[in-house]
Design a protein around this ligand. Sequence first.
Ligand code: ATP
Ligand code: MG
Length: 395
Amino acid sequence: MKRVIMIKYGELTTKKGNRNFFVNSLYKSILNKLKKYNVFISKDLSRMYIEFEEKDLDNILKRVNKIFGIHKYNVAYKINTSIDEIKESILDIIKKEEFNTFKVETKRSDKDFPIKSIEFSKQIGGLILKNKSNIKVDVHKPDLLLNIEIRKDFTFIYTNDYCGLGGYPNNTLGKAIVMLSGGIDSPVAAYLAIKRGIHIETVYFEAIPHTSLEARNKVIELCKKLSVYTNNIKLHIVPFTKLQEEIYKKVDSEYVITIMRRMMYRITERIVQKRKAEAIVNGESVGQVASQTLTSMKAINSVTNLPVIRPVSCLDKLEIIDLAKKIDTYDISILPYEDCCTVFVPKHPIINPNPNYCTEMEKSIDYEKMINDILLNIETITITEEDKTEFNDLL
Ligand code: ATP
Ligand code: MG
């Protein structure tokens, strides 16, 4: 019997007028992620079907588990819509399954099929009872739920539905620039942004010689991990040293981080404009450090009118760590190389900065010119997915 992977859309089905756009995007996304396998993908308004070679099933499912926009999926037997063939196949299928209780559920989108869904479930239930001993029907909590979906030409039979990653397909909801440090929070923020269909590019502020090339490599490795969930990721590496040193020299020490972050926002905003993106994403989390109190966020955020999305802003650190482990970025993030924020961190960073005072102090820095120079010297690299099919199982 031929098997196919049946994809269910979930949240995408709420998109009414835009549904085709989302479904087509998911189709492209799946096609792209499975390009090295011999697959054939077809779709209708509620389902997508992946035909595959049996030997590839495990690897394909591991990839399917990393594709946003898939809410549920199963591996279904695909047979002709003929009552005899359906019955014969079901007898074959139940032979392979161990269960004490079961339930049959039929969905009949082909209204020409001569038997109504409930009646057909009853008939199949009777057939199963006759052909397997020591089993009974349980409509509430069956060990085995046998689903039969009858369509015009083909019928699909499956037992378990598995959960996919959910979210929206890649590249369906605009583009944003993620501020990616080598820490734990920002890769998780990036992952959650990708989950909502945002196409991301990343920016990393580098302060060589205060930070090392190892710190840069960490960020590159993080991008590789993230690229599993999307396509290639562009990483813009910003030479931040001169501006950072200038801030360190000219600004009250307790304000160093606040002003540094205002500069980061300013530069990121320029990159957003240049790359035709629409928002900034970062890994700030309320209360985590002095620069992430609400008052600090207000003072820092006031330099841009762009939407700043903070996907982990209301998560506890432990919740963020759990996600980081799940997406396999944690072990990279905890490598010890210092980042530009940690190198310059003052003893007592201010937790309630005054935005007017920030502006006042910034007058002593010719930052517009410095930022223009920085923008001319950004190094951009494109990071592609690691070519290996080793994935954590997210099921
Ligand atoms: P993370 O928050 O990712 O664990 P972190 O703790 O070093 O790293 P914070 O000081 O909490 O970073 O900074 C908050 C956010 O600011 C980061 O999550 C990231 O989005 C951004 N950020 C900080 N430093 C950098 C940097 N060097 N390059 C790019 N973005 C940065
Ligand atoms: Mg942090």
